[in-house]
Design a protein around this ligand. Structure first.
Ligand code: SAM
Length: 311
């Protein structure tokens, strides 16, 4: 069995260079026609098939094997672009069990592509565990970037991308859902969630209760015929859905704008409240009461008080 160092040298000879972080990457001046051995993480369309990039098509046509979340779903789009590479299923249930086999294939010099049904693998889709194992082995992982509902929705939200926090799907259990949403809402910045159509009204109702006054965007059916961007204020989310049952159909990304947007509108009040309370109370207590009164996260108010006292 070759040692890890030997395996890495073999990989570099096959066309890879290595950066200081010890993750091998494809060398840009690669002249060879054959695809270097690597695990290629290929983004697939999220609705519009023509969003599949020509580089993605080249990679998918050039690898030895495509690992697909659902071979039937991906088979249709691959056929439409003339890719007939052998496909093997790799889904959330089989991912961990198949990692060793993938590593063996990479060590023997094969090239593999990982795809999911839609969007970028590893983003609320299988892939993370496999990539982690392959990176840990010092074998090359190459991103072939492209569509993801996460970045597509954020790019049209008008909300800041930094800071932003991606939470994927909330739990399906009611209590855990409440707790996860409350925890998410305590973060500064834009909050991004995925949600299934049959839970979107429930999500909207919870936002109405817990995020009242914050700007919300429902990015629906991105890149598809019924694409829609809905900007509402929390408190009116469920009303928007109940006005027309057709609005529940499709796929959704839900974005919550930062509390600081709200803060800008009521900043005088918040500053005044904070200052008056801080005259009589320790910073933590003052921030906690001001947070209750204004809806601005306690951490932000506390930081404002402590930063001011350091100046
Ligand atoms: N890996 C994918 C990505 O990169 O976006 C996400 C896969 S996750 C299993 C599926 C969820 O992504 C959907 O429930 C929805 O929240 C979101 N999504 C995927 N396609 C979408 C679209 N066209 N419009 C809006 N949301 C979408």
């Amino acid at each position: 069995m070759p040692t890890k160092a030997l395996v890495l040298i073999m990989v570099f000879r096959a066309g890879f260079t290595r950066n200081n972080n010890l993750v091998p990457t494809v060398s840009l001046d690669q002249q060879d026609n054959t695809l270097p051995s690597a695990l290629y993480i290929v983004a697939m369309p999220i609705g519009q098939w023509s969003d599949l990039s020509s580089r993605a098509i080249d990679i998918l046509g050039g690898v030895d094997v495509i690992l697909a979340e659902d071979t039937r779903v991906s088979g249709q789009i691959l056929k439409s672009v003339g890719v007939s590479t052998r496909m093997v299923s790799l889904n959330a249930h089989s991912e961990a069990g198949k990692a060793d086999r993938v590593i063996e294939s990479l060590e023997s010099g094969q090239s593999l592509a990982l795809i999911s049904d839609a969007g970028t693998p590893g983003i609320s889709d299988p892939g993370r565990l496999l990539v982690d194992r392959v990176v840990e082995k010092g074998l090359p992982v190459v991103p072939i970037p492209g569509p993801s509902a996460l970045t597509a929705a954020l790019s049209v939200s008008g909300f800041p991308a930094a800071p932003s926090h991606f939470f994927g799907f909330l739990s399906t259990k009611s209590n855990a859902r409440d707790q996860e949403l409350e925890r998410a809402l305590s973060h500064d910045g834009t909050l991004i969630f995925y949600e299934a159509p049959h839970r979107i009204v429930d999500f909207a109702e919870r936002l109405d209760q817990k995020a009242r006054g914050r700007k919300v965007m429902f990015a629906r059916e991105l890149t598809k015929t019924h694409e829609q961007l809905i900007r509402v204020v929390a408190g009116q989310c469920a009303d928007w859905f109940s006005a027309n049952p057709d609005r529940i159909r499709g796929e959704f990304v839900v974005l919550v704008g930062p509390a600081s947007t709200e803060r800008a509108q009521s900043s005088i009040d918040a500053d005044q409240i904070l200052r008056v309370l801080a005259r009589e109370l320790p910073p933590s207590k003052a921030a906690s009461l001001a947070s209750e009164l204004t809806g601005i996260p306690k951490r932000m108010l506390y930081r404002q008080l402590t930063d001011e006292s350091e100046e």
